[in-house]
Design a protein around this ligand. Structure first.
Ligand code: NAD
Length: 294
């Protein structure tokens, strides 16, 4: 792959290090963010049109689907036919599909490619990409995924990347809550947390939440629990993703009672309790403090 001109829109916590990694790999980066932020090795441009004009590839990393639609409407008319549009934001499946549709109508290849791996993964270039789009679009995007990440899965047609992301995070939200409430129960039964970890992490209750991201401080591998529950993966981002899963479930007529309950618990945690700004594993101290009547 030769040097590409890449427009990058949305240089926030995730976008800035992703753009910097592409620049470091030798590509020519033009960045735009409404907040005026930039990133190392990235030429800051004045607007979306300038970021898009003549670019081989445009990448967006934005907060939500409404903003993606607004940005895409400004972006697509300025992109060249045959160029590639990669959206890495986490958005609703409908916005992803409609954006891909608008791009395809303009002769642009489109991929929805949300990520997992967080800010640390973005900085280290170890993200996982879950991609939706045509084979041709995925093939064009793959070398860039290799720079910004360590794994890219082509999940299917447009929207399939977002579908994979929200299903994964629905499982994550549910298993984290299950792991935290089980720890709180174990405490009340007088069971030592280390013993609880030793048993569950090697038994059928194991999961990523227990084994790789244990919510109990001082137990299991290093995790946000060992750093006063500073994120990591913030509770409000988990709430966002659970909301997207329930929005998708409603549209697809899927019965997701555990996902719905996880959404309600994270909503209470973030909006009414002290969960805002905390890692999503801070559900453990929340359960710890409560009795059966809440
Ligand atoms: P962020 O808020 O730090 O970054 C978003 C950026 O978009 C901001 O800098 C904002 O100024 C910019 N922006 C907003 N509207 C714009 C517009 N109209 N034009 C140009 N720029 C605009 O958020 P983030 O943490 O970087 O997350 C970005 C996306 O990645 C979200 O969809 C999020 O759900 C997803 N995500 C985040 C994480 C994480 O750990 N932070 C992990 C996985 C996925």
């Amino acid at each position: 792959m030769g040097e590409l001109t890449i427009g990058f829109i949305g240089l926030g916590n995730m976008g800035a290090p992703m753009a910097a990694n592409l620049a470091k790999a030798g590509h020519r980066l033009r960045g735009y963010d409404v907040a005026g932020t930039s990133a190392e090795g990235v030429e800051q441009v004045a607007d979306i049109a300038t970021a898009a004009a003549g670019a081989d590839v445009v990448i967006t990393m934005l907060p939500n689907g409404a903003i993606l639609r607004k940005v895409a409407a400004k972006l697509i008319p300025h992109m060249s036919e045959g160029s590639l549009f990669i959206d890495c934001s986490t958005v609703d499946v409908e916005s992803a599909r409609e954006t891909a549709d608008a791009a395809q109508k303009a002769g642009i290849l489109a991929v929805d490619a949300p990520v997992s791996g967080g800010i640390g993964g973005a900085a280290a270039g170890t993200l996982t990409f879950m991609a939706g789009g045509s084979d041709a679009a995925f093939a064009r995007a793959e070398p860039l995924f290799d720079i910004m990440g360590q794994k890219a899965v082509h999940c299917g047609a447009p929207g399939a990347g977002q579908a994979a992301k929200i299903c994964n995070n629905m499982i994550l939200g549910v298993t984290m809550i299950a792991t935290c409430e089980a720890f709180a129960l174990a405490d009340k039964l007088g069971l030592d947390r280390q013993k609880m970890f030793d048993v569950v992490s090697t038994s059928s209750g194991y999961s990523w939440s227990m084994n790789a991201y244990c919510p109990a401080p001082g137990v299991g591998p290093q995790s946000p629990a060992d750093n006063d529950y500073k994120p990591g993966f913030a509770a409000e981002l988990m709430l966002k993703d659970l909301g997207l899963s329930q929005q998708a479930a409603a549209l697809a007529d899927a019965d997701t009672p555990m996902g719905a309950l996880a959404q309600a618990l994270y909503a209470r945690f973030v909006e009414e309790e002290d969960g805002k700004g905390m890692d999503f594993s801070a559900m453990l101290p929340r359960f710890e403090k409560r009795g059966r009547d809440g």
